[in-house]
Design a protein. Structure first.
Length: 275
């Protein structure tokens, strides 16, 4: 059987050459690399700042509006929204997200919280609010990615909070589980705002984690966790599991849903566990 090879001949100033597969792949690689490295510039034309150096993927920072048309700044990491902040001088320290407001209300109702540990900084929305709306509260924030903390300083007003806090805010770059096991401190409130994938609370979502958290709370302390799941259905299992685990250790446990009227919708539900 006779076989044929089809080639394309390209003339360059009187010289003819036949491209090989290696040459084709090289050209494609160069083209793809050019697009990749030009992405930050292309996105900047649309008002989006792109940063690649994150432990969890590409960071995108851009501005939009909330439901009322108020300007907000958003942080997206690897396709997931991590934080939102108002940007006007009169609203920059207020809370954009409903679940953060639920947490802030629960802390305010305690009336005596003086020390708060927040696991998962992101844009530092809740710590920013707590520092600017109280005079005596001290807030420790554990964020595993120092690059996220740097973005929070540069684009989400963490630098402004640190300047006005007079030492009442402490930032720690590390893993929340490890920090709790090694810190040797107790807090009035512990907030878990770190979540990802099918295990939204990681090691802090089971009975061992509940016992560890209880050991680092004061006598009448409270634990708040963002559990990003639906309320019903197979994907709601992490929420039911963590609620059952904490009921074994804490005096009272409740869940405040973000969208109670839409139980099948993925949402930021707040678990509240009180000693």
């Amino acid at each position: 059987m006779q076989t044929f090879t089809i080639v394309t001949v390209f003339p360059i100033e009187g010289i003819y050459f036949v491209p090989t597969w290696a040459a084709v792949i090289l050209v494609l690689s160069i083209a793809i690399s050019a697009v990749y490295w030009s992405l930050p510039w292309l996105l900047s034309l649309r008002g989006v700042e792109m940063r690649r150096r994150s432990l969890f993927g590409t960071m995108l920072i851009f501005e939009s509006e909330d439901e009322d048309g108020t300007p907000v700044r958003l942080l997206n990491v690897d396709g997931t929204f991590q934080s939102a902040s108002y940007i006007s001088d009169d609203l920059w320290s207020e809370l954009v997200c409903e679940y953060h407001r639920t947490m802030a209300d629960a802390i305010d109702e305690m009336g005596r919280a003086r020390s708060v540990l927040v696991i998962g900084g992101g844009g530092y929305s809740l710590p920013k609010y707590l520092i600017t709306h109280t005079r005596r509260m001290r807030v420790t924030v554990v964020e595993i990615d120092p690059r996220i903390t740097q973005v929070a300083r540069e684009r989400f007003f963490l630098d402004r909070v640190e300047q006005m806090a007079e030492g009442r805010i402490e930032t720690v770059n590390g893993d929340g589980w490890k920090y709790l096991r090694e810190c040797g401190r107790s807090f009035d409130v512990i907030v878990n705002d770190a979540f990802s994938g099918a295990k939204p609370l990681g090691a802090l979502g089971n009975e061992e984690g509940a016992a560890l958290i209880r050991a680092h709370l004061t006598e009448r302390g409270m634990y708040l966790a963002n559990v990003r799941t639906p309320l019903e259905g197979a994907k709601a299992k992490p929420l039911h599991d963590v609620q059952a685990a904490f009921e074994q250790v804490f005096g009272s446990v409740e869940v405040v849903p973000e969208h109670p009227e839409e139980p099948g919708t993925l949402a930021n539900n707040v678990l509240i566990a009180r000693v």
